[in-house]
Ligand binder design. Structure first.
Ligand code: GLU
Length: 572
């Protein structure tokens, strides 16, 4: 009989803390027992933060921050950096994560913070600094005979895999393939270690007809297969074949695998809800077995759906791809200048199927007043559609007061269009421009994102003003000059809108154009064109384009000098 205590000491001579020490050191959170939801984001610090991260973070943030204890305290959302795979570490990645999410108003209460700081009593929040914690629990499993060192080399593993493939068996270390390592005599292990042979620690997976089944886990036996059944907060009942693999829990370098780190950290940090991508569903049976073996209570799992889009070329649904879809990167939204409120509003429409209905009933409510639920989340792929985001953005921007929008645009320009900044800094002028046509019965919805807005309003700035269109073909060059000459002669900046328009009608009639467009339509032979063509000439002269909001209002903002100068310029 193996003396497991002796084996545990042999493998981890320096680990003197026990799981009980850590349980005491990281006590359970009283708020969690009183209704507060504790969530975490566990990104790898690769420096790339994408829409999927934001989508998940949004779920985490809402679940925790909208939950309340009996005295009204919200739950906790913390940031844990999953940096056990040090190949992927990118300098400044933590800052990027915090700032990128902060831009969308998603803020952490606890965990890794800016400037290498950590906030909270459940740290370290960098997995790379938690080595001794994991090892104490591995040591405990070894002591209980539930984990063992495995010295199989790359070659041994290859040979096993080839044999399994030839026999059409499941690959991996399990059943008879695990036997040799499981039963290695103490002396041999000791000799291997003395000889410096590298080894991993594997979980001794239980027979699925199992002895000590965990209270929190349900099992189902069907057709000779044992399934573990959990209640996923998004998917409802999820049944997966129980794990039978002796998976690696500690790698040869003493660093845990994702599986083990997840179980230890989410237990000790007292996470109540684990929100993560559906790609982790497959390894859920491993996690359930680990929770069971360690005697921990299962958290509530929320496996989110993968973000999909309709491929422009094929018309089929596919996953968003880092290579093909710039909109997958969160930076894209900042660079294009989407307002964070618009992106959040849009994400909420794909997150909760009842959100749009709620929004229609509560047009002016803050988004955080909406009660988010995991039950209303789709478990099939969530469809991301940039055009829908644009539509939502139009509505959202309309609700933001023009002077706030001006600040937003100025901040955006500071980073992404600094050369335009001196112009935009006349905030009063910019605010007037942005406010144009927003208070009408049918307000204009042509502002979408900063880059587009800047393009859209560029004609208000002489430095960016260009004539972008030709005058209508109904108007000869000679007439165009005459229209503008007369317009300039009769222009009075203090005219109100009807006085101003009356003058245009006079010019129209004098030059042989129809004052009423429908007259021209009925008798095209009697007129050169209509008042619409005459106005277009003026539009092009003043704005450089034929489509624009109301000309009179624009001129009031541009100011008399600019209007006259532009017309003079075109008359030549
Ligand atoms: N580090 C994992 C990832 O980046 C986190 C998964 C989880 O949230 O558990 O995918």
């Amino acid at each position: 009989m193996m003396d497991y205590n002796k084996l545990a000491e042999l493998l981890f001579p320096d680990i003197d803390k026990t799981p009980a020490d850590y349980e005491a050191f990281y006590p359970s959170r009283p708020a969690a027992a009183d209704g507060a939801v504790i969530t975490r984001l566990g990104p790898s610090p690769t420096g790339f933060i994408h829409l999927g991260n934001l989508y998940g973070a949004f779920v985490d943030e809402r679940l925790s921050h909208q939950s309340r204890t009996s005295d009204g305290t919200p739950g906790t959302f913390y940031l844990r950096i999953e940096d056990t795979d040090d190949k992927r570490y990118v300098e400044g990645a933590v800052e990027t994560i915090i700032r990128s999410l902060g831009f969308f108003d998603i803020n952490f209460d606890e965990g890794a913070a800016l400037d290498g700081e950590e906030i909270g009593a459940y740290g370290p929040y960098f997995q790379s600094n938690r080595g001794p914690v994991y090892q104490a629990f591995v040591k405990e499993l070894v002591r209980k005979g539930q984990a063992y060192p495995c010295f199989l080399t790359e070659e041994d593993l290859n040979a096993i895999r080839q044999e399994q493939e030839a026999n059409k068996e499941t690959t991996g270390i399990y059943g008879k393939y695990a036997e040799k390592s499981r039963n290695l005599p103490y002396e041999e292990i000791e000799a291997n270690i003395a000889a410096g042979k590298p080894y991993v620690v594997r979980l001794k997976s239980s027979d699925t007809s199992a002895d000590s089944r965990h209270q929190g886990v349900n099992y189902e036996d069907r057709d000779g297969v044992t399934y573990i059944v959990i209640n996923d907060a998004i998917r409802g009942k999820v049944a997966m074949p129980a794990n039978d693999q002796d998976v690696i829990i500690l790698k040869a370098n003493g660093i845990p695998t994702y599986h083990f780190a997840h179980v230890i950290d989410d237990h000790l940090m007292r996470t109540t809800h684990v929100v993560r991508g559906e790609e982790w569903l497959m390894s859920l049976p491993i996690h359930v077995e680990l929770f069971e073996k360690l005697g921990f209570e299962l958290p509530t799992y929320c496996h989110t759906a993968v973000l999909m889009k309709i491929d422009e070329e094929t018309g089929n649904k596919r996953k968003l791809s880092k290579r093909k879809d710039p909109e997958l990167s969160l930076d894209y939204y900042r660079k294009e200048g989407y307002h964070p409120q618009a992106v959040k509003e849009y994400l909420m429409t794909i997150l909760n199927s009842n959100f749009e209905e709620w929004r229609a009933e509560n047009p002016d409510a803050g988004i955080d007043e909406f009660h988010f639920t995991t039950e209303k989340m789709s478990s099939a792929g969530a469809l991301f559609d940039l055009n829908k985001l644009k539509d939502i953005s139009k509505d959202i921007l309309l609700k933001i007061p023009a002077d706030e929008l001006a600040d937003f645009l100025i901040n955006w320009a500071r980073e992404f269009k600094p050369q335009a900044l001196p112009l935009l800094e006349d905030k009063e002028y910019l605010t007037k421009i942005l406010d144009l046509g927003r208070h009408d019965n049918k307000p204009r919805k042509d502002l979408i994102y900063a880059k587009q807005i800047f393009e859209f309003i560029s004609y208000f700035y002489d430095d960016y003003f260009t004539i972008q269109e030709r005058i209508p073909e109904q108007v000869s060059d000679e007439d165009a000059r005459e229209i503008l000459k007369r317009y300039l002669e009769t222009y009075d900046h203090s005219d109100d809108q009807s006085e101003w328009f009356e003058k245009i009608r006079t010019i129209t009639a004098d030059l042989g154009y129809a004052v009423k467009p429908k007259d021209y339509k009925k008798h095209p032979e009697e007129y050169k064109g209509s008042v619409a063509h005459v106005s277009t000439v003026i539009r092009i002269a003043v704005m450089g384009r034929s489509q624009s909001p109301d000309v009179w209002s624009i001129q009031q903002i541009l100011g008399e000098e600019r209007v006259r100068a532009r017309i003079r310029e075109l008359i030549g």
